[in-house]
Design a protein around this ligand. Structure first.
Ligand SMILES: Cc1ncc(C[n+]2csc(CCOP(=O)(O)OP(=O)(O)O)c2C)c(N)n1
Length: 323
């Protein structure tokens, strides 16, 4: 199922709806203790007492996940490796939407009860952890220390020519010695006896508390760096499904493709909080509205943020998801 250039409206709309559903469930996991479908205006009681998790990387993960899922859906030998495992609510939202979580945890059903279970238990005592862990279906290494995603991808490819592996690497992770040294693995692990690795660098521009070095380089310098390691760079600028599907198509026919995915940290989230720029800044990295429970202004911003996804168009109680 490779739609290629000029993907149909339906494909594009399907991917967009899926991303909206995953984004909504991501934000709901981070903040909500109840009122998961926003049946009434948010009140402080609806907000978790302790807000713990990472928002900034999540929309990018949801975009990449939806596009890969669509493009590679027919291939059983496809595997995805996630560098920014701190964006766990995004991964969990996708596993929930696909029914993968329900297979190992029947309470995670695609129902209102399942949504409640997913959201209430994220980063909650006795519930799911805040980062991906071996409790997560298909996660085999917990990570936590940035740098190993690309090396792990080549390890999976080793001796398995039938495998196709896409690996998402953060631009902060891309500053680690391990990630940079792993670029050399392409020279060692290629050819007919090993699988194909597709690195996707999430260039959202920021790490925890400042900008990333690679994102501050000119595009020419970025492309030359990638080429210098023997890859064919493919740039995806923004979150348009058409562009992403086209890039995946180009990757199919390129020798050693490497996608540079230009996305904004915290995109679709609050633009400005207490006079400070949040989306497109490092302030989006963790919880962008840390006082949502106690500050009415932040609670209102959270409600506006959540309602902006129009989840009511994507999920109906009793009927389930339509995405
Ligand atoms: C080796 C290592 N150093 C530092 C950290 C702390 N840390 C957690 S997330 C993060 C920022 C990651 O930035 P990036 O890889 O760009 O991911 P994203 O911006 O998508 O969240 C850092 C530095 C870590 N987990 N591992």
């Amino acid at each position: 199922m490779n739609p290629g250039v000029g993907i149909s409206y339906n494909t594009s709309e399907h991917i967009r709806r899926r991303v909206r559903a995953a984004d909504y469930l991501t934000v709901a996991q981070l903040f909500l203790l109840q009122n998961f479908l926003l049946d009434h205006p948010l009140s402080p009681d609806d907000i978790k007492p302790r807000l713990l998790g990472h928002w900034g990387t999540c929309h990018g993960i949801n975009v990449v996940y939806a596009n890969l899922k669509y493009f590679y859906s027919a291939r059983s030998e496809f595997q995805f490796i996630l560098g920014p495992g701190h964006g766990f609510p995004a991964l969990q939202a996708n596993l929930f939407l696909d029914g993968d979580l329900e297979k190992v945890d029947p309470k995670a059903s695609p129902t209102l009860a399942g949504i409640e279970y997913l959201c209430k238990n994220f980063s909650f005592p006795g519930g799911f952890p805040s980062h991906s862990s071996p409790l997560t279906p298909s996660v085999v290494t917990e990570g936590g220390e940035l740098g190993y995603a690309l090396g792990t991808a080549y390890g999976v490819a080793l001796g398995h020519p039938e495998k196709q592996i896409a690996v998402l690497i953060g631009d902060g992770e891309f500053e680690t010695g391990t990630a940079l040294a792993s670029l050399n693995l392409k020279k060692l692990i290629s050819g007919e006896t090993n699988g194909r690795v597709l690195p996707i660098l999430a260039l959202n521009g920021y790490k925890i508390s400042g900008p990333t070095i690679f994102a501050r380089k000119s595009e020419r310098e970025q492309l030359e760096t990638i080429r210098g390691f023997g890859f064919t760079p493919i740039v995806v600028d923004g979150n348009d499904p058409e562009k992403f599907q086209l890039a995946l198509n180009m990757a199919e026919s390129s020798k050693s493709p490497f996608i540079l995915f230009k996305t904004e940290k915290g995109e679709t989230g609050p633009e400005e909080v207490s006079g400070q720029k949040v989306a497109g800044n490092y302030l989006a990295h963790q919880i962008p509205l840390p006082l949502a429970k106690t500050e009415p202004d932040q609670l209102d911003m959270l409600e506006e943020w959540l309602r902006g996804y129009h989840f009511e168009e994507l999920f109906t109680e009793g009927k389930g998801f339509s995405i």
